[in-house]
Ligand binder design. Structure first.
Ligand code: NAD
Ligand code: WQD
Length: 388
């Protein structure tokens, strides 16, 4: 018996795959759509390995509306969509902004149009804390509540805020159209989830983050240092260094011994790292909320409410690994802000959701995944994991 059917775009990616697993475990039927640009089909095997259920997979491009039509025709029972598929590298978004708008904004328009044609009217959208930009520019907005004015500082963030607006306008228009036609009944219902910094892997060591190419985020980079793929971590944080950020920071940056000077207790920037299993659960409860509440659009922060500095993260991951991980302080990364810590009160109260896992859990799970899968999804999972 399934409790509902869900299309997950971007479902072979990092957050999408964990959400697919959480939904299957909660007896939803799951259909995944992804073009595998930044993920591997092996993810589907791993999901099945853990929960014994296999989601159906469609290799599609979100920029092709007709691809969505095919899925909705093949699965007329789909009544919810969770939309993860997107390009997400902040630095790259300044180099090829049109590709970011094409995939993230136009791709969502294709999805919404096809959903409308097929009477699918529940959507959960992957937004990002990055839409807030630098919340320290306001008084009393750290930790960040959803009422904090948004103000993204890079093209990627602007694609996310544009999609939030696009979904909000579409839901409103659908409601008005129904009213004009004198119809009652279902109309659109949307959850906008603003994630803070996802971290960690599945405790089994079978599923984790498998970034293609050079990673961009702190924890995958630390994991590469720990396993010897990278000599040291570059800590971004010296505002006095005028080194510009051209291309990937690990490609072009000059190294200098400098001191960090963000206005935190240790001079490094603060982020809210949330365990991937907690984040995935947030999607499940948001979906249940849409099912049980009046239609409309609602935004929720998904974060822990606890901020950690870069130095704290290095210490925490070093403790997990059991050795000091080398780092070097370099200039600030363009677009980085001092503090992105969530105020998750709204999600706690309205969704009954709370992040339960600790930073130590995230570090341990990430390390288990890294040791067991040095080639990520490009290798079979170790036998001993399969036998557990
Ligand atoms: P990911 O890259 O692992 O997953 C995104 C998936 O989308 C990938 O599997 C990729 O192959 C797919 N995709 C990309 N372009 C596509 C296209 N044209 N058609 C079909 N599929 C396509 O990223 P993730 O970390 O799992 O992020 C998922 C979502 O969450 C994204 O929307 C991202 O912007 C958002 N988000 C991520 C973070 C983060 O730090 N990871 C934080 C906040 C928000
Ligand atoms: C975390 C901290 C860096 C790498 C990004 C996106 C955001 C969201 C999550 C999608 C920062 C520092 C990092 C390194 C470092 N993604 N750092 N050396 O920038 O908070 O958020 O991912 O929506 O939109 O911007 O995450 O993991 O890159 O950085 O010192 O080599 O680690 O300066 O303070 P970020 P991150």
């Amino acid at each position: 018996m399934t409790v509902g059917s869900v299309l997950i775009t971007g479902g072979t990616g990092y957050i999408g795959s964990f959400t697919a697993l959480a939904l299957l475990e909660a007896d939803y039927k799951v259909v995944i759509a992804d073009n595998l640009l930044n993920s591997s089909e092996e993810t589907i095997n791993r999901i099945e390995l853990i929960c014994g259920k296999r989601p159906e997979f469609f290799q599609i491009d979100v920029k092709k509306e007709e691809d969505f039509d095919k899925i909705f025709k093949a699965h007329p029972d789909i009544d919810n969509v969770i939309h993860f598929a997107a390009l997400k590298a902040v630095g790259e978004s300044s180099e090829i902004p049109l590709e970011y708008y094409r995939t993230n904004v136009y791709g969502t328009i294709c999805l919404l149009s096809s959903m409308t044609r097929h009477n699918v009217s529940n959507i959960v959208f992957s937004s990002s804390a990055t839409v807030y930009g630098d919340a320290t520019r306001f008084e009393n907005m750290i930790p960040i509540p959803e009422i904090c004015p948004i103000g993204p500082t890079n093209p990627y963030g602007r694609t996310k805020s544009t999609v939030e607006a696009c979904i909000t306008d579409h839901v409103e228009a659908q409601r008005n159209n129904l009213k004009k036609e004198g119809k009652s009944g279902d109309h659109w219902n949307a959850a906008i989830l603003r994630y803070f910094n996802p971290a960690g892997s599945h405790p089994s060591g079978v599923m984790g983050e498998d970034p293609q190419g050079v990673p961009y985020n702190l924890l995958p980079l630390l994991a590469q240092v720990a396993i010897g793929k990278r000599e040291k971590l570059l800590v971004f944080g010296d505002g006095r260094s005028a080194i510009s950020h051209i291309g990937h920071p690990y490609g072009e940056r000059m190294l200098t011994e400098l001191t960090v000077d963000y206005a935190s207790h240790d001079g490094t920037a603060i982020r809210d790292y949330i365990h991937i299993l907690d984040l995935a659960k947030g999607h499940l409860v948001a979906l249940n909320y849409l099912r049980d509440h009046q239609p409309g659009v609602r935004a929720w922060n998904l974060g822990t409410g606890k901020g950690s500095t870069v130095f704290h993260m290095i210490k925490a991951f070093s403790a997990t690994v059991g050795k000091e991980l080398p780092y070097q302080v370099v200039g600030r990364r363009a677009g980085d802000v001092l503090d992105l810590t969530a105020n998750p009160k709204r999600a706690n109260e309205e969704l009954g959701w709370k992040a339960e896992r600790t930073l130590e859990d995230a570090c341990e799970d990430l390390w288990r995944w890294t040791k067991n899968n040095p080639q990520g999804y490009r290798q079979s999972p170790p036998k001993e994991l399969l036998e557990q």
